[in-house]
Design a protein around this ligand. Structure first.
Ligand code: NAD
Length: 480
């Protein structure tokens, strides 16, 4: 059976413990590979390799760093089909989605930061009349830790690694133990691209063992984490007394506000995607849909018809819209929320049941599910489900819509559907979310800040924000 090995100091190696974790294929429920079950010793080894590489890499010219990052981007593109197949198999997502979203974006992450670093400059401030000159260096931090989740495996893993190494840091990184395959494949791509050994070290294993060891390591200077809010809270508690720099991209419960004056057809088509793309397992999916009363009944009817036409099936079939959920425990968690919704008095308008796919009877499939709720404070409207489940509810006034949109502990993204300019301006200002999309969704320019408010996180990724996170500003003040 295939072994998912650690990649430390430029070479693949077995975990120190000699222990392995089962890796499941969610589309058929079978174990198909073994994952290195790493512990603090593997993290210490990865740290040593990264520490050794740091003086060389941090003094490597920007042109050379950029050249290697662009080469990695090219290689990901060249291996697009193999990587997409690996992602679909490991995660259960439709192959089409991996081919059009996940893997192209992983390549773009390296290309973007390979280019961005060439434009990242220091600042100078001349204190005129005081014969003083200040300049601010932006120096890499040293060895940094990157920890990522399972929903967009290579996409989110590279979103952290690319800016970290572009800025001259060396990295100890851990992908999710639920979906480690494409991160494993990234190791050989980096070697092929000529990334010096030790610059990127990829260690596999569970959160409480390998992940915790990264966060606890006294000399790993910063942690860039994407995952659940509870885990983020735990990481913050561990890292804060060591004064580590922290970037936390956490959970969401994103609202969709749909006004009667919107471009209805576009809204309807995009709302299908923002609800159920990647089986609803994107932190940016709009899981709470609020619709203005005059179009509520029409929307309900049209939305249900669209959803009923979606095909749940084998991730490798070209016409599959929803593949498998990522794991059995996750499927059970999502199903438990459908039960809670019923207990709370919600109405299942569509879906709610597991799906049996012919030939893949043990896979983790679930119907896309629409729940009508009557109180925006109910649990299914407040807690992150992170699956193919959305709630819908009508609203009468803009104030009511805004109040409900903001009445959750999360604040990652919000989507607004309206052609009314004043309303767009008013709501964009007042929505408590790090990202507001107006008449669009998942429309990403990688230069823009990405991240959440409230319990959705601390800090911003993307563009120069990411390069600033991975560098320490040092002001040098010279009197002449
Ligand atoms: P998770 O928090 O369970 O795990 C994320 C990563 O953290 C994994 O690699 C895991 O092994 C590791 N981890 C777990 N415990 C740890 C510990 N004690 N110390 C260090 N590392 C630890 O999250 P998940 O279930 O993999 O992902 C789903 C969550 O991620 C959802 O809440 C979703 O909203 C969130 N998410 C957020 C964003 C964003 O950009 N804000 C993007 C994608 C996913």
């Amino acid at each position: 059976m295939q072994k998912i090995l650690n990649y430390i100091n430029g070479a693949y190696c077995e975990p120190h413990s000699g222990k392995w974790l089962d890796n499941y294929n969610p589309s058929n429920g079978e174990v198909y590979s073994q994952i290195a079950n790493s512990d603090a010793t593997d993290i210490a080894n990865a740290y040593e390799a990264a520490k050794e590489a740091f003086p060389i890499w941090s003094n490597t010219t920007i042109e050379e760093r950029s050249r290697i990052l662009l080469k990695i981007a090219d290689l990901i593109e060249e291996k697009m089909v193999d990587l997409a197949k690996a992602e679909a198999k490991d995660n259960g997502k439709p192959l089409n989605l991996a081919l059009t979203v996940d893997i192209p974006r992983a390549s773009s992450n390296f290309r973007f930061f390979g280019n961005a670093i060439t434009q990242f400059s220091s600042e100078a401030h001349e204190s005129i009349g005081l014969q003083t000159m200040n300049f601010t260096l932006r120096q890499p931090l040293g060895v940094v830790g990157c920890i990522s989740p399972w929903n967009l495996p290579l996409y989110l893993f590279t979103w952290k690694i690319a800016p970290a190494i572009a800025a001259g840091n060396t990295v100890v990184a851990k992908p999710s133990e639920v979906t480690p395959l494409t991160a494993f494949l990234l190791g050989e791509i980096c070697t092929e691209a000529g990334l010096p050994k030790g610059v990127l070290n990829i260690v596999h294993g569970t959160g409480p063992s390998a992940g915790q060891a990264i966060v606890e390591h006294p000399n790993i200077k910063a942690i860039s984490f994407t995952g659940g809010t509870k885990t983020g809270e735990h990481i913050a508690r561990t890292a804060a007394p060591m004064f580590k720099k922290l970037s936390l991209e956490l959970g969401g419960k994103n609202p969709n506000l749909i006004f009667a004056d919107c471009d209805y057809e576009t809204m309807l088509n995009v709302t299908v995607k923002s609800s159920f793309a990647n089986q609803g397992q994107i932190c940016l999916c709009g899981s709470r849909i609020f619709v203005e009363k005059p179009i509520y009944e029409k929307f309900k009817k049209d939305f249900i018809a669209k959803i009923a036409a979606l095909k749940v099936g084998d991730p490798f079939d070209a016409d599959t819209n929803l593949g498998a959920l990522v794991s059995k425990p996750h499927l059970e968690k999502v199903q438990s929320y459908i039960k809670i919704a019923q207990e709370e008095g919600g109405t299942i308008l569509y879906g709610g049941n597991p799906v049996t796919v012919k030939g893949l009877e043990n896979g983790y499939y679930l119907e896309p599910t629409i729940i009508e709720v009557y109180d925006d404070q109910c649990r299914v409207n407040q807690e992150e489900i992170f699956g193919p489940v959305v709630t819908i509810m009508p609203f009468e006034t803009e104030e009511e819509a805004l109040r409900m949109a903001n009445s959750v502990k999360y604040g990652l993204s919000a989507t607004l559907w309206t052609t009314h300019l004043d309303r767009t301006m008013r709501l964009s200002k007042q929505l408590e979310a790090g990202i507001v999309w107006v008449n669009t969704w998942l429309n990403r320019d990688l230069r823009t800040p990405f991240g959440g408010m409230k319990d959705s996180g601390v800090g911003r990724e993307g563009g120069f924000d990411a390069l600033r996170f991975f560098t320490e500003p040092k002001n040098v003040c010279i009197k002449y």
